[in-house]
Design a protein around this ligand. Structure first.
Ligand code: ARG
Length: 457
């Protein structure tokens, strides 16, 4: 493509280090679409003849068909998807192919292709996350009143409902979706026509190509347009944040599936066995989701560090932008799908969850609150009295409500029979009906709002 200036061809190592075709062949559909939009515009502007434009567009369709049928050939000498396509086009239609690259450069071409690819990855993430939210909402509604221990420091804190816990993840995913949507709005400008860096002297119509490719408008500065990978970083940041949420959910499922917890039975379809221990059912899918989040954060770090010191405009370092984005997108899609299946198909062992809530002194705060309300005791004193009750119950190895009235009155004479009603996990949960709280009626309110937003009604 540039032989005119060179006395010698590239060395073997130059060819190998230079080749991006092994990974950027993933951009072939975007590359063909952008070329077709470009050549149609060139013809409309009278920059190439209508006949040539027609020949080129037909040739591009044939190349696309070949790629679809046989895959994209990997010839390192052709470096990347842009030159691979152009070279095949020349073989198919002859010299007219040489007119396609008028008024553009691979710099604006790759920036355009990659934006189109990332835009599609955002749309895929959005669809996957909606499915995950639907699964969460469905299971949350089913378990709006199922009681489990809520934890802080992974120590039993207060009883909560499983529905409330699941809806916490719905909220995280809601924010993730808004991050992707935000990234999409910001990135939806078309670099095509920025050419190598300075724009072009040809009378091109950038509005036309932008519109043909579904962009909102052309980018405003050609130097920025070919140097900018913010759109890829925005995507990776949203992906990393999402994967972090998926990893926390995965971690909880792993913990809950362990025998000492026994809160959940994961679906067989998302578990593996052991080659030596016949009783084992391992949560490998969830563990891999937890692991993948580390890799996705790594992808974000990789591109961030690649971009940080680059002068304007294009530098070849930027060819390294694609592998981390492709890798992260693949890992993210798998992680979302795995967690959606896990949420939809796991069996929650509600009896065990409830038992754990009862045995963990989860209603100690309710006893303290009762003392404040019924006996007008300052909260700090009530906290102290309740601590003594927990200490006694613990030493006897029983739940709070198993302490007798004599035992409770020996701790504080102001306690009476009515206290037992406050000590049950049901009344504890029902009492927390503040907006966003764990009471079943509040969970139902959250679920209803979510169902509306997700179009589940
Ligand atoms: N293979 C290159 C990439 O992926 C295409 C752009 C090449 N531009 C250049 N000036 N060498 O980034």
């Amino acid at each position: 493509m540039w032989g005119g200036r060179f006395a010698e061809g590239p060395s073997a190592i130059m060819r190998e280090i230079n080749a991006s075709i092994p990974f950027d062949k993933a951009l072939w559909q975007q590359d063909i679409a952008a070329s077709k939009a470009h050549v149609a515009m060139l013809a409309a502007q009278g920059i190439v003849s209508a006949t040539d434009a027609e020949t080129i567009a037909g040739g591009l369709d044939r190349v696309a068909q070949e790629y679809a049928d046989n895959g994209v050939p990997e010839d390192w000498d052709l470096e990347d998807i842009h030159m691979t396509t152009e070279s095949r086009l020349a073989e198919l239609i002859g010299p007219a192919a040489g007119r396609l690259h008028t008024a553009r450069s691979r710099n604006d071409q790759v920036a355009t292709d990659f934006r189109l690819w990332v835009r599609q990855a955002i749309d895929q993430a959005e669809a996957g996350l909606v499915a995950l939210q639907r699964a969460l909402v469905t299971r949350a509604e089913e378990h709006a009143a199922s009681i489990m221990p809520g934890f802080t420091h992974l120590q039993t804190a207060q009883p909560v409902t499983l529905g409330h816990h699941l809806m916490a993840y719905y909220e995280m995913i809601r924010r993730d979706r808004s991050r992707f949507a935000d990234a999409r709005v910001r990135m939806n400008e078309c670099p095509l026509g920025s050419a190598a860096l300075a724009g072009t002297g040809f009378p091109i119509d950038r509005e036309a190509t932008a519109k043909a490719l579904g962009f909102d408008r052309p980018t405003g500065n050609s130097l920025d347009a070919v140097s900018d990978r913010d759109f890829a970083l925005d995507y990776l940041q949203a992906a990393a944040q999402t994967s972090l949420h998926l990893s926390r959910l995965a971690e909880e499922m792993i913990l809950w599936a362990s025998q000492p917890f026994g809160f959940v039975k994961m679906p067989d379809t998302l578990s593996t066995g052991s080659s030596i221990m016949p009783q084992k059912k391992n949560p490998d899918a969830a563990e891999l989701v937890r692991g993948h989040s580390g890799r996705i954060v790594g992808c974000l770090t990789a591109l961030t560090v690649t971009m940080k010191g680059l002068p304007l405009a294009y530098s070849k370092d930027m060819q390294d932008d694609k592998p981390p984005v492709f890798e992260a997108a693949g890992l993210l899609a798998l992680s979302i799908a795995a967690m959606t299946g896990m949420v939809a198909d796991s069996t929650f062992v509600t009896a065990r969850m409830r038992q754990a809530a009862e045995l963990g002194y989860a209603t100690a705060t309710d006893l303290a609150d009762w003392l404040v309300r019924q006996a007008d005791i300052p909260f700090r004193e009530a906290h102290h009295i309740t601590g003594a009750a927990v200490k006694l119950a613990e030493s006897k190895g029983v739940a709070l409500e198993a302490l007798t009235m004599e035992e409770l009155q020996a701790i504080d004479s102001r306690i009476d029979e009515r206290v037992y009603a406050a000590l049950s996990v049901e009344s504890s949960v029902a009492a927390r009906a503040s907006y966003g709280g764990t009471a079943p009626e509040q969970v139902q309110r959250q679920v209803s709002a979510a169902r509306k937003l997700l179009g589940m009604e």
